[in-house]
Design a protein. Structure first.
Length: 211
């Protein structure tokens, strides 16, 4: 038509790819873990997590209605699954109890040496913020680790109450040593030696054979 300008055909926009709910939730958890690891729980906000994940903040509340605390405990759960999977693989071999305990301790040391932020997520941040649901999740982590040790020490035949006390005490000691290792105060070999010296002494006290 005379006097009219040619109109360029509009470019077709790229079609949006919709994630299925499971993949979306995994993305949010991975992003949250990254932010929590970098900044710690107290300094991490949902707005930043949403921005990094490329979603609206409201979507975070859709998947995690309780907000930041629920998101953090979900991240703790994921880290714990990774840790227990590594532990079970380490202690499943046909070796004696002392060797299984050594494998368990070495797995803990290696896991947190390779992922020092995981130590903060499971053992440091929860008690620093003092939010009930997070503290309860952290206590659950310690209970799970105590179960691993109590299972290995159970053949000693000591009363259950004593066994549980020994297991929880062992976890506390081992995690304190690992905290020193994560903080660069001692090396992984020294950490393993320190832990096993203590645990072998405990085994002797409760009448367990080390061979």
């Amino acid at each position: 038509m005379v006097g009219s300008e040619a109109v360029e055909p509009a470019e077709h926009a790229e079609p949006r790819v919709r994630m299925d709910p499971k993949a979306r939730k995994e993305l949010l958890l991975a992003t949250a873990r990254e932010v929590f690891a970098e900044k710690g729980y107290a300094a991490s906000g949902l707005a930043e997590i949403a921005e990094r994940a490329g979603v609206n903040k409201r979507l975070l509340y859709y998947y995690f209605p309780e907000g930041r605390s629920e998101l953090f405990t979900a991240v703790m759960g994921e880290v714990m699954v990774e840790l227990t999977t590594a532990i079970h693989k380490a202690v499943s071999g046909p070796v004696n109890t002392a060797r299984r305990i050594e494998r368990l301790v070495k797995t803990l040391i290696d896991f947190f040496e390779q992922q020092p932020d995981a130590f903060n997520i499971l053992f440091r941040d929860p008690f620093g913020v003092r939010e009930q649901e997070i503290v309860l999740e952290a206590v659950g982590v310690q209970v799970e680790l105590a179960k691993e040790f109590s299972t290995l020490l159970a053949p000693s035949g000591i009363p259950t109450s004593t066994l549980l006390a020994v297991a929880f005490g062992t976890v506390s000691y081992v995690m304190k040593v690992i905290e020193m290792e994560v903080g660069g105060e001692i090396g992984p070999d020294d950490a393993l030696d320190a832990c096993m010296t203590c645990i072998l002494g405990v085994m002797t006290q409760i009448g367990m054979q080390q061979g």
